[in-house]
Write a protein of this length. Structure first.
Length: 190
């Protein structure tokens, strides 16, 4: 009898802990800016970058940051059904051609930590080059041995990330693929 009571007690404790974890984001009022400041490499806390928020749209969970670097940073907050946050950052470097480094963070133990790489699916370089060749026009450059330069456009409105070819490389505005946030995950749309 005591074995059954112990098992029942463990089940009740596990259910209560699960319910508490789920409720922890239910009334979460933190904004995209609050979560970005929890990201360990945020540009706003770097004196060397002298970064400032150029666009702060807290209602839509979007930031655009500029500073003492070529390019800009975009930050978008996505919320799962349980209201837990996924923070996506796109660091856009611009020189002769622009390209992006994109990262995804999830909340854990009071800070934002890197989410698994599979969180943002993507086609391989061969597939990207194939899509580019299919969509390019005469004014666009022919892809060489290296990868086509991609820029991630994070959404200020909506839940879709567009992955485009840099406009100096492809003036015809080519979208290679999109990442739509559905059912708590990013879905690749070609």
């Amino acid at each position: 009898m005591t074995g059954k009571i112990c098992v029942l007690l463990l089940i009740v404790i596990a259910c209560a802990f699960g319910a508490q974890a789920q409720k922890s984001f239910e009334n979460d009022k933190r904004s995209v800016l609050d979560y970005y400041r929890l990201e360990p490499d945020n540009a706003l806390d770097s004196e060397a970058m002298r970064a400032k928020v150029a666009i702060e749209d807290l209602k839509n969970g979007y930031l655009k940051i500029e500073g003492a670097f070529e390019g800009y940073i975009e930050v978008a907050l996505f919320r799962k059904k349980d209201r837990s946050p996924l923070l996506v950052t796109s660091i856009n470097y611009c020189g002769p051609v622009c390209s992006s480094d994109v990262s995804v963070y999830q909340y854990r133990d009071g800070k934002m930590v890197s989410a698994p790489e599979a969180t943002l699916p993507h086609p391989d370089e061969k597939e990207i080059n194939r899509i580019y060749r299919k969509k390019k026009t005469k004014q666009d450059e022919e892809p060489e041995q290296y990868a086509v330069p991609l820029v991630f456009e994070l959404p200020r409105y909506g839940r879709t990330i567009k992955v485009k070819v840099d406009s100096t490389y492809a003036p015809s505005d080519i979208t290679i693929y999109q990442l739509d946030f559905k059912n708590d995950e990013f879905v690749l749309i070609r």
